[in-house]
Design a binder for this molecule. Structure first.
Ligand code: DLL
Length: 426
């Protein structure tokens, strides 16, 4: 049940003592080894308590861009053994680096994450996260190997082959983006492979937002228990936080990644239980330690003990991004709200895209979703009206809705594109 009980059930006092020691060491490393931080930290005192962290400067994606590709390294280049990169929406990717020690740390936190969901050395892990510069594939692969499970490095794509091997190898665990998990479910249905021919029992999904309704859909169609996994390349990749068998929040591996939640506008800390932007400080990373990194992910934290026995803070699902929030005629719209509303409607398939446009200086939103099955025109109309009513009730604004045919919308092998914003940017 635990990968490393001694660290996972540490008392809060012991944990906080360890965090402060590690924070102090990490800040000293940054100030002596990284020119950017030497400048940013000049004149600041060493932290005496964890709350002192709030007086240190933030790091943002822009900081990483400004020092592209290797300007923030805290070790000599010859200690680096791996790089990854995350594709940004604009221009150059964000590059991150690992020492051998960082890879061992990554394997350790990923092993904790997989073990918390019930993976053991007897499992066969079908890893359909993309391998390459994206951190999903190699991160989950490393974790699965660290646990000692048989690891199948499928990567994304070639869906027919994936379903064949899922069955032939008798995979018990699936790792994929939630949107790709549904593509696999669809392919299994198309190939006529029924669930009793599979041995799948667990799934680890993340890298993109997904809702509880999506979880139920994946669980039903793949016959598994689905767990949410969170992480980001800048901090380590997947392995920052993950659900245990209680599935009441994601245990954040705070002995290595120190979390704060701040008001995204003012940068001021918000109390536990309130939603704000997650800010992470690495405590033990070597190649690329980061101080107060603004993730732009909106979450809540819960420090109450979990029934599983782990003492680490739990974070909510990612409730949206501070920057994917759409503002339509003054109304804040999160794609996840639309997803929740849509999936409440019988006959809607979990594939949808939000198109935002502006005509005569007025924003409009069109939601295109697929129907689950072929249906006569009257039924399609009914589905459209019902979906529109659900969405409008949640958002409080008028939306246009189009019902696409089954399998009409493009499928992604990695992260799904849910929003197409056609408004001209100022
Ligand atoms: O997506 C790391 C990862 C891979 C996590 C596989 C889980 C599974 P990046 O490509 O750097 O890294 O993207 C990081 O993805 O800031 C979130 O906005 C989003 N994200 C990651 N996990 C989740 C999740 C990987 N479980 C960005 N729910 C993050 C919602 C997620 N969003």
């Amino acid at each position: 049940m635990f990968w490393d009980e001694s660290v996972e059930t540490l008392s809060r006092e012991a944990l906080e003592r360890q965090q402060l020691e590690r924070l102090d060491a990490s800040i000293r490393r940054l100030a002596t080894r990284v020119p950017h931080y030497r400048e940013a930290l000049a004149g600041l005192r060493r932290p005496k308590s964890l709350s002192d962290l709030a007086s240190y400067p933030f790091t943002t994606k822009q900081t990483l861009r400004d020092h592209y590709p290797f300007g923030l390294l805290a070790v000599p280049r010859d200690e680096v053994v791996r790089v990854h990169a995350s594709s940004g929406t604009t221009g150059r990717p964000t590059v991150v680096a690992y020492t051998r020690g960082d890879l061992a740390l990554w394997g350790h936190v990923m092993a904790r994450l997989l073990t918390a969901g019930g993976v053991t050395p007897r499992d066969l892990v079908h890893n359909a996260y993309g391998y390459g510069l994206f951190t999903g594939g190699l991160g989950f692969g490393l974790g699965s190997e660290t646990v000692g499970a048989v690891t199948v490095p499928m990567s994304g794509g070639n869906t027919r082959r994936q379903v064949l091997l899922l069955e032939d190898f008798g995979a018990t665990v699936l790792c994929a983006t939630p949107s790709y998990a549904l593509v696999l479910a669809e392919a299994l249905e198309q190939e006529g492979i029924s669930l009793d021919r599979l041995e799948l029992r667990l799934g680890f999904f993340g890298a993109e937002p997904w809702t509880e309704s999506m979880r139920r859909e994946i669980e039903r169609r793949l016959g598994i228990r689905a767990f949410d996994s969170y992480g980001l390349s800048e901090i380590i990749g997947p392995g920052v936080a993950g659900e245990c068998e209680e599935r009441s929040g994601l245990h954040l591996f705070e002995d290595h990644f120190f979390p704060e939640v701040v008001d995204p506008t003012t940068g001021e800390p918000v109390p536990d239980g309130e939603t704000g932007e997650l800010v992470l400080t690495t405590l033990t990373k070597q190649a690329l330690p980061l101080l107060r990194y603004r993730t732009r992910d909106r979450v809540r934290l819960d420090r109450r003990p979990c029934r599983c026995g782990r003492t680490s803070v739990r974070m909510s699902k990612v409730l949206g991004r501070t920057d994917d929030m759409l503002i339509l005629r003054g109304v804040n719209v999160f794609p996840s709200q639309v997803e929740e509303a849509l999936l409440r409607v019988e006959g809607v398939a979990p594939h949808y895209v939000l198109y935002v446009s502006r005509e005569d200086r007025l924003d409009s939103l069109e939601v295109v979703f697929e129907r689950a099955e072929e249906a006569p025109p009257e039924a399609v109309e009914r589905l459209r009206d019902e979906a529109r009513a659900e969405i409008e009730a949640v958002l409080g604004i008028r939306v246009a809705v189009r019902v696409a045919a089954p399998r009409e919308l493009p499928r992604s092998e990695g992260k799904a594109i849910r929003v197409v914003d056609r408004r001209e940017k100022a």
